[in-house]
Design a protein around this ligand. Structure first.
Ligand code: GLN
Length: 549
């Protein structure tokens, strides 16, 4: 049977509960335990798949095709594990299950209530992975902030589990903020006291208090927090702001977060943490040898979380190439034929991002054309790949009105078309082509060189696809379909062999990039950007030399 660690948050949102939970999991994994993390979110959407990225950041897709919270991305990147549908549960999903049961007559004669029916369903799901027998420890992050009306049933479920399960099987970590008042030159503990008080009023008592802080906590402060929050002084630990999220496991190791939790869980046998690979990665990340600049062309660029997995994949790939990847966000809505050269000036590579709907489409197509014509490394993901196909159809195949039927239902040249099985679907939630599918790679192509194998699997999230009626035209004019799904014939990868690096993929390679296994496409794209940067440098140097001669 697994042991359970619950991570709650107080004072404000955005304190980085996901990173603390993932860091704790990493440390426990490094000490030899099998660990998984799950997130319970208090909103009513059944999953975040129907949420706009502006609302909730990126929607992270698991192998089994669940549309989930972006924190699951952190869990996978830190732990190199696969999460599933069971790792992300929302209030909506809980209610849906309970209401379906009620309709089926499972509670016949009874009044269905938040307590016990909703809380029972929460508890059942909280223990689902733990009961599989695969994990020593299951960490559960409770979304939202303690005190929110909507997180109350989740906190109540934690309380009941704390009461039902043996004492040594449950630990609660509470993450709070200790604000620093610059004018008073003081760290303030009152918000933390209040949030722990609120948590305690619901009957849940934290075993560890992790304090996000900009300034180190001295012993007096720790003692004060311990005293007023009723925890041992060594269970009050600081989480200082870190230069990168990948440093947090080491900060938590120094603060003994893993040891304190293991003590509470009465785990007495463990090894020294094996973190050599992690430290080597961190070293490369912190001390890059050079820099490349890549453009991220998207329409949600105001919000960093909208492209979280892409940004993290750049970080992994940068470390592999020993370069710092500077990402320049370029809003596709404002790219025009007239300003494209100026907007993309100085870039060593271009990534056209995934997305949905009309907005910013023409700007993306113009950016692809610029990269294709200038020999600038190009990488298109999902909608980005579709834009590369449209651009090629318009400017090389001579179909000026070529489009995707997503943006123009009446286009004379629907080079991107809705997938056949999607045409009969009317419901929006969880109905795209989602999750892991196979892709067969053509020999001796760029894709083959990048992956080093002929069969791969990657994750998907789309409704539209390359229209195979045009395949012959594309291939005879120089755009190769270098990856396909064998069962459906769906084009997964397109590339231009006569370009230094031009590749578009229908899937999302960013969803499988982790610290220990960076996504090959990102690693190669950054290598191509590095080469572009170096040769550009040489070109400028030789031009300067010529001028001075
Ligand atoms: N909107 C496109 C489709 O549904 C691309 C989706 C994406 O970029 N994730 O096919």
């Amino acid at each position: 049977m697994a042991k359970y660690i619950f991570v709650t948050g107080g004072v404000t949102s955005s304190l980085g509960k996901g990173i603390i939970a993932a860091s704790l999991a990493k440390l426990l994994q490094a000490r030899g335990f099998t660990v998984t993390i799950q997130k319970f979110d208090p909103y009513i959407n059944v999953d975040p798949g129907t949420l706009n990225p502006y609302e909730h950041g990126e929607c992270y897709v698991t192998e089994d095709g669940a549309e989930t919270d972006l924190d699951l991305g952190h869990y996978e990147r830190f732990l190199s594990i696969h999460t599933t549908q069971a790792n992300n549960v929302t209030t909506g999903r809980i209610y849906q299950t309970v209401i379906n049961k009620e309709r089926a007559g499972d509670f016949l004669g009874k009044t269905v209530q938040v307590v016990p029916h909703i809380t029972d369903e929460i508890k059942r799901r909280m223990q689902l992975l733990g009961k599989e027998g695969k994990y020593d420890i299951v960490i559960t992050e409770i979304g939202g902030t303690v005190g929110d009306i909507e997180s109350l049933p989740f906190i109540e479920a934690v309380r009941q589990l704390q009461w039902e399960l043996p004492d040594e099987d449950v630990a609660v970590v509470h993450l709070t903020l200790i604000p620093y008042l610059r004018a008073a030159k003081e760290l303030k503990t009152k918000p933390t006291q209040h949030s722990v008080k609120m948590l305690s009023e619901t009957g849940v008592h934290p075993d560890v208090i992790v304090c996000r802080t900009e300034e180190p906590l001295n012993n007096d402060i720790k003692r004060k927090i311990a005293l007023f929050c009723n925890v041992k002084q060594d269970a009050v630990i600081e989480a200082m702001d870190a230069s990168t999220i990948y440093e947090v496991p080491l900060l938590m190791l120094r603060e003994k977060l893993d040891l304190i939790c293991m003590k509470k869980l009465n785990i007495t046998e463990f090894k020294e943490p094996e973190l050599d690979k992690w430290k080597a990665y961190l070293d490369k990340l912190k001390y890059p040898k050079s820099k490349v600049t890549v453009g991220l062309i998207g329409k949600y660029i105001e919000l960093q979380d909208a492209y979280k997995s892409i940004l993290e994949s750049f970080i992994h790939a940068g470390a592999m190439n020993e370069v710092k990847v500077q990402v320049v966000n370029v809003h596709s809505e404002f790219i025009t034929k007239e300003n494209v050269a100026e907007k993309l000036e100085g870039l060593d590579g271009l990534l056209v991002a995934p997305g949905f709907g009309h907005r910013g489409i023409e700007g993306k197509i113009i950016a692809v054309q610029y990269a294709r014509e200038q020999g600038l490394p190009f990488f298109g993901i999902c909608l980005g790949m579709q834009m590369a196909v449209i651009e090629f159809a318009r400017n090389i195949l001579g179909h000026p009105h070529a489009h995707s039927t997503e943006m123009d239902a009446n286009t004379p040249d629907p080079v991107i078309n809705m997938m056949e099985e999607q045409k009969k679907i009317t419901m929006m939630g969880g109905t795209m082509r989602l999750g892991s599918y196979g892709c067969e790679i053509k020999k001796d192509t760029l894709a083959h060189k990048i992956y080093g194998e002929l069969h791969i699997t990657e994750r998907h999230r789309h409704r539209y696809e390359f229209n195979n009626a045009y395949l012959e035209q594309f291939e005879s004019n120089g755009m190769v379909a270098s990856g396909k799904n064998n069962e459906t014939g769906l084009v997964e990868i397109v590339e231009l062999p006569n370009h230094p690096f031009f590749i578009g993929v229908q899937y999302h390679p960013e969803l499988k990039s982790s610290v220990e296994h960076p996504a090959p496409l990102f690693v190669s794209f950054i290598a191509a950007a590095k080469k572009y940067n170096e040769t550009k440098g040489q070109l400028i140097a030789s031009l300067l030399k010529k001028e001075t001669v």
